[in-house]
Design a protein. Structure first.
Length: 451
């Protein structure tokens, strides 16, 4: 990185950043209070609030959102007449999954092979630290040139929409000229990237019933309709032979015009086992960023250990459907539910229930803020040009903010590059990425103020 005061300041702050990230990672702030104590999330929220107060933020508040969690808000006034920038991150995290699969404890930040490991290190407690680093660097090198609003969400990973509903009820709170969502990631380590599209999503629970109760498979099997077998057929109908998603009436032919993703790179990033093929057709970028994708998240059925010789009377599954920009998530939900109904065999009784939804998002990458970020990235990543990529995941808040503030420019950056393995065991963050993106964000704020 070329020498400049902002970069030098961020470099000097990295030991403090590591110590703070370790403190934040230690909170088991999973916003599923049936699994983890609510006090852990509350403690993490208070940590973020205290950090903002220490940086001179005013109006710092813990916002009680409608889903029973807290988001942290703070305002740092800039010069008179300055633009306002909203910086977003979230302090809640995914559950650690199988703790036995972690090489080191999930809630203990651990340095190994040049990376920092821990749940939330990249997604998205590292994003909180990134924002703090950028602001500290600006304060130390001439001051923060814009008004800053920070919002740290407490339930992003649960998709329960608390902050979205709170923002709709208090539309003035998060209003800004530009919004930086610190919950995305570079295409690969060292390649500066802004995310310009997000897929939307819907979650549907399906239940199939066929009998008043389970029956002995020897006495009744062969004629009695098996609910689990019916469910398996329904789930199989959601994919073509090559694995492409096939929901009746839902377009699956979109193409991606932008940064490409080679199959070799994807196989390495996804850790696909040798000899196992990828699914779908078109380019990898088409499949990830421009087309729908169905995933069976869970099935209620007896485990293999302890199973009895029974014809099953009832079976359930939870289905996720990611939908690309240009597709209305509500319409996709209707199509998915209709498909499940139409493909249920043997006149079995089927019920569907939508339990979550978020719209897709597309940013205006031609806006002045994107040029300000491109110039900043060129300094933070010498010799590299900022790339534009899609993201297969969903951040429903983006659409809420775009709807509330149609004049605002929205940029998505962050620490969740492929090696970070967010949502999986052994999540980690690259300290070099944290440093460079903090420099980029600080320089962006300075460029944007001057533009």
């Amino acid at each position: 990185m070329s020498s400049n005061p902002v970069a030098e300041t961020v470099a000097s702050l990295m030991p403090r950043a590591k110590a703070e990230l370790a403190e934040l990672v230690a909170f088991k702030s999973v916003a599923d209070f049936t699994q983890f104590p609510k006090s852990e999330s509350e403690a993490a929220a208070n940590w973020v609030a205290d950090a903002l107060r220490a940086e001179g933020f005013v109006d710092v508040a813990l916002l009680d959102t409608p889903d029973g969690t807290q988001s942290v808000y703070g305002y740092l006034p800039g010069p008179e007449g300055a633009k306002t920038v909203l910086l977003y991150a979230h302090y809640d995290v995914q559950p650690p999954l199988d703790e036995a699969g972690w090489t080191t404890p999930p809630f203990e930040l651990t340095e190994r092979d040049g990376r920092w490991y821990g749940r939330g290190a990249a997604d998205c407690k590292g994003g909180v630290i990134m924002h703090l680093l950028a602001l500290r660097a600006l304060k130390a090198t001439g001051g923060v040139p814009v008004n800053i609003k920070v919002i740290a969400e407490g339930s992003e990973e649960q998709g329960t929409g608390g902050l979205e509903r709170y923002a709709e009820e208090h539309p003035e709170l998060l209003e800004a000229d530009t919004i930086v969502i610190g919950d995305a990631g570079n295409f690969r380590v060292g390649l500066p990237t802004v995310t310009t599209t997000l897929r939307g999503m819907t979650l549907v629970r399906v239940r199939i019933d066929t009998l008043a109760g389970n029956l002995h498979s020897g006495q009744f099997g062969g004629a009695a309709p098996d609910a689990l077998a019916a469910l398996i057929r329904v789930l199989d109908s959601l994919r073509a032979e090559d694995g492409s998603t096939t929901v009746d009436g839902l377009d699956a032919t979109g193409t991606w015009d932008g940064l490409e993703y080679t199959e070799e790179q994807f196989r390495a990033d996804a850790k696909v086992l040798d000899g196992v093929g990828l699914i779908g057709d078109g380019t990898v970028a088409d499949r990830l960023w421009a087309r729908p994708a169905v995933t069976v998240l869970g099935i209620d059925c007896p485990p293999v250990v302890g199973a009895t010789p029974s014809v099953h009377s009832s079976a359930r599954a939870l289905i996720s459907l990611r939908v690309p920009p240009g597709v209305d998530a509500a319409e996709a939900t209707k199509l998915l539910q209709a498909h499940l109904q139409a493909h249920t065999p043997w006149d079995a009784r089927v019920t569907t229930e939508q339990i979550g939804q978020g719209q897709a998002f597309r940013a205006d990458a031609t806006s002045p803020a994107y040029q300000a970020m491109a110039d900043a990235m060129a300094v933070a990543y010498p010799g590299e040009t900022m790339q534009y990529a899609g993201e297969g995941g969903s951040i429903p808040l983006c659409n809420t903010l775009a709807g509330l503030y149609p004049q605002a420019e929205i940029l998505l950056i962050g620490l969740s590059e492929p090696e970070a393995q967010i949502h999986a065991v052994n999540e980690s963050v690259s300290p070099e990425e944290l440093e460079r993106l903090s420099v980029a964000e600080a320089l962006f704020l300075r460029n944007y103020a001057a533009g």
